[in-house]
Ligand binder design. Structure first.
Ligand code: ME8
Length: 511
């Protein structure tokens, strides 16, 4: 099978406050794609980290009475710890205050200067510190004497200062051409249309340096200017691959990035500015940017200022990490915004994990333990219902790889959990507990079939619930080498004679 190289990234997070559910969601989503691609026998590099420069972080440090770097060391460590708590499989964690990053940003800047895409002028306009973004006058409204961005709702302030500019306007047609030639560069399609319309409406040159604060990377050969934090931050995707050393194995293997997973609020930066910077510097843009929606609580974006936060760490402590991962991946509609609530989380864990997949594993394992001395031998008694279950499973799993490769994770999970539901139904209909008395051969076949189904479901669910699924696969004694998707071509996962080990409790039902 031909292997591919996949470079998958999460956004790098602002260490301006404590991690919240939006951070957890973005990270887990990217982790699921990374784990899936790895299980699919590809070479994967998965990156996350923290975005530590700019006025927003400088202000947060000041508020805490700390030097910005000391402040960032502290909060970045909290985000690094979050990667462990979320069970992320990241290969690296980058901080934009690291030397390797400084080197990459300096080099990219010089490339943009050399290509003639940067010039010095004066910026006069609106700026939002919380978005670290510039807005034009028609994107600003006034409410109670204060000005806000119509795009994000964040407060904006008037800025007038000397600034270097990137000639974004010169890239308008080249970007449109690029989107045209790369139809799945921006997914979902609705976001692609949003970006194309914005670019078509006209791009202005972009201010890429600031002079009114100090916390950031200095413009090479000009100490007065700090490089705009988004030009700095986006470059993290290159620095982690040891750019500018383009002979480096990491760079050679993994650039251009396969997939940047990001929230819709930062789409403009990733889908417009980023490919423009890269094209101008003579580098290849990423293959795809997936802009997920927001996690809502009721109808509102979950945010600290709105006080409607479900804290991911509390949920993990109380219900478990697989449980949180499954809930967010299954119930949030990834293309659009999704509402979450504690009652939905409980319902989802109980119905899909405890009563469906968990129950399937537990009932089959304990039956095999209590009645077959932990050993099942396949027989030739294949019945019509066996054939039907195999066919139904094939139909449900046929397009799963495609779904995942197009980031249609909701469809993917729905299909897999349906296979689990059908397998439970098959066991109810076949009643192995009755076969024990009068048709042992058939009973063995029903059990073998059930274990095979459990193995398939566990491998398919592995990217989403890595802990529980690995427990099951280990209890089935399935070798690590076998934990891939080759079985989707019709081959068997488990041997004709299966010896199982003890399976502890997988999921507790939440009362
Ligand atoms: O934007 N629902 O960092 P960040 C879903 N440093 N996603 C949410 C969310 C919510 N309620 N709230 C935030 C940054 N997010 C930059 C990224 S990348 C070069 C630089 C998502 O910590 C948000 O959409 O403010 C974004 O993708 C991510 O969390 C990080 O947000």
């Amino acid at each position: 099978m031909k292997k591919h190289n996949f470079y998958i990234t999460t956004p790098i997070y602002y260490p301006s406050g404590q991690p919240h559910m939006g951070h957890a969601y973005s990270s887990i989503l990217a982790d699921v794609f990374a784990r899936f691609s790895r299980n699919d026998n590809n070479k994967v590099y998965f990156l996350t980290g923290t975005d530590e420069h700019g006025l927003k972080i400088q202000k947060a440090a000041e508020k805490n009475g700390l030097d910005p770097l000391i402040y960032c060391d502290k909060i970045s460590a909290v985000f690094r710890d979050l990667t462990k708590k979320l069970n992320l499989s990241n290969d690296d964690f980058i901080r934009t205050t690291e030397k390797r990053h400084l080197k990459a940003v300096n080099d990219l800047w010089k490339k943009l200067v050399n290509s003639g895409d940067i010039y010095l002028s004066k910026y006069k306009g609106w700026y939002s510190v919380s978005d670290e973004a510039y807005y034009s006058s028609d994107e600003v409204i006034e409410k109670n004497g204060n000005k806000f961005s119509t795009y994000s709702g964040s407060p904006v302030e008037w800025v007038e200062e000397e600034s270097f500019f990137f000639k974004l306007s010169a890239w308008q047609n080249k970007l449109l051409d690029f989107y045209d030639k790369n139809e799945s560069f921006i997914l979902p399609i609705s976001r692609r249309n949003e970006v194309i319309n914005f670019v078509k409406s006209g791009l202005k040159d972009l201010s890429v340096s600031r002079t009114s604060f100090t916390w950031g990377i200095k413009v090479p050969n000009n100490d007065k200017h700090i490089i705009y934090v988004w030009l700095d931050a986006l470059t993290n995707y290159l620095s982690a691959l040891n750019f500018p050393n383009t002979d480096d194995e990491l760079y050679k293997n993994f650039w251009p990035a396969s997939l940047h997973v990001i929230g819709k609020d930062i789409l403009r930066f990733h889908a417009i500015y980023w490919p423009a910077f890269l094209l101008a510097a003579g580098l290849r843009p990423p293959s795809r940017v997936f802009g997920h929606g927001w996690i809502l609580s009721g109808d509102e974006k979950m945010s600290k200022s709105k006080g409607n936060i479900l804290n991911p760490l509390e949920i993990i402590d109380k219900y478990g990490i697989d449980e949180l991962r499954y809930y967010l991946m299954k119930e949030v509609s990834h293309g659009s915004d999704g509402s979450i609530s504690l009652s939905n989380l409980k319902r989802c864990i109980n119905s899909d994990l405890a009563n469906n997949y968990g129950n399937l594993c537990q009932r089959v394992f304990s039956f095999v333990k209590n009645n077959c001395d932990n050993k099942v031998v396949k027989t030739n008694k294949i019945s019509e219902s066996d054939k039907k279950l195999t066919e139904q499973t094939n139909v449900l799993t046929k397009d799963l790889k495609k779904e995942m490769n197009n980031q249609n994770l909701n469809n993917y999970i729905k299909s897999v959990i349906n296979v689990s539901f059908l397998t439970n139904k098959y066991i109810n209909d076949e009643e192995p507990w009755k076969l024990k008395k009068n048709n042992v051969e058939k009973m063995y076949n029903v059990l073998h079939m059930s274990l095979e189904q459990i193995a398939k479901i566990s491998i398919l669910l592995n990217p989403i619930i890595p802990n529980a699924s690995s427990k099951v696969l280990s209890a089935l004694n399935i070798d690590n080498k076998m934990r891939n998707y080759t079985f989707l071509d019709g081959s068997y996962l488990i041997a004709d004679t299966v010896q199982i080990s003890e399976l502890g409790i997988l999921f507790k039902k939440i009362i």
